[in-house]
Design a protein around this ligand. Structure first.
Ligand SMILES: NC(=O)c1ccc[n+]([C@@H]2O[C@H](COP(=O)([O-])OP(=O)(O)OC[C@H]3O[C@@H](n4cnc5c(N)ncnc54)[C@H](O)[C@@H]3O)[C@@H](O)[C@H]2O)c1
Length: 267
């Protein structure tokens, strides 16, 4: 048993992509979900909530930009008030803006990426941790393979995804005595709108005028050890659920890579 039945999970960026699948997987395990996303994603959030409710679990929706501490705190407080407890925090919301060399990234792109991907994670933890009860819990922070290595044209994203590893390692030290475990998950390319979009296809295939998804998939497949272009959101969600579950009860301060072998490929 995962030990997640009857627990309450907070997921940021729950409207679409991997965040939606995290909510579905936790509901499958018998957990209720507090779901946060920014106000533009309100329709997406409702669609995710429906999927949680179809699984017989409760969903509480909150709209907040994770870069706004007051808004995140208010939404988390309201969710915990409704569901009565908080056991698991999944800091998933993140952005990836079009790439440029580090010395050409605009100050605005740099700041927004740090505000969402790093400070937003801290806000999520700051708002959520005080609600986790004396029986302990789990924090899972979604980093990236860019949290373990650099790639050209991603300085702002890569810096933010490395930084959350430092945050997680520190939190693991601070929260271990309270039996709250803290880990990061490092996906390679995931089949979500963050990757499956024409701008990304053009970045991956500058040699083509109008690259298709299949053209982009060729390049991504060549980067992996396993013969796939990307992992599916459920593969990341399964890793998150594992880390949040009793199956991982003595795992804290670690980095779990879900990347089809991307970071280990040597040739
Ligand atoms: N897709 C990939 O290839 C990939 C790879 C590695 C890591 N990741 C990470 O996984 C996480 C989820 O990414 P995804 O692929 O599902 O992306 P996505 O773009 O499909 O979904 C991101 C979700 O986060 C929400 N969000 C964005 N900014 C927000 C903000 N400021 N406040 C609140 N919500 C916000 C969006 O509305 C959306 O619902 C991110 O942290 C991302 O960096 C993704």
């Amino acid at each position: 048993m995962s030990g997640l039945s009857g627990k309450v999970v907070l997921v940021t960026g729950a409207g679409r992509g991997t965040g939606r699948v995290h909510c579905e997987r936790f509901a499958d395990e018998g957990a209720d979900v507090i779901m946060l996303d920014h106000s533009d994603a309100a329709d997406d959030l409702r669609a995710t909530a429906l999927r949680v409710e179809q699984r017989g679990r409760r969903a509480v929706l909150g709209t907040a930009d994770v870069a706004d501490l007051a808004a995140v705190t208010a939404a988390v407080d309201a969710g915990v008030e409704r569901l009565g407890r908080l056991d698991v925090i999944v800091a998933n919301a993140g952005i990836h803006s079009p790439g440029a060399p580090a010395w050409q990234i605009t100050a605005q792109d740099w700041q927004r990426t740090i505000d969402v991907n790093l400070t937003g994670v801290w806000h999520t933890v700051r708002a959520g941790v005080p609600h986790v009860g004396s029986e302990g819990g789990s924090v899972v922070i979604i980093s990236s393979t860019n949290g373990l290595r650099g790639t050209a044209g991603t300085a702002h994203y890569t810096a933010s995804k490395h930084a959350v590893v430092g945050l997680a390692r520190t939190l693991a030290n601070e929260l271990g005595p309270r039996n709250i475990r803290v880990n990061t998950v490092h996906p390679g390319a995931v089949a979500t709108p963050m990757v499956r979009n024409p701008a990304t296809y053009r970045r991956l295939r500058p040699d083509l005028d109008d690259p298709t998804e299949a053209d982009a998939a060729e390049v991504l497949t060549a980067r992996n050890l396993l013969p796939v272009p990307w992992v599916e959101p459920v593969d990341v969600a399964n890793a998150v659920v594992f880390l949040a579950s009793d199956h991982a009860r003595y795992i804290t301060g670690t980095q779990l890579v879900v990347d089809a072998g991307l970071t280990q490929k040597t040739t």
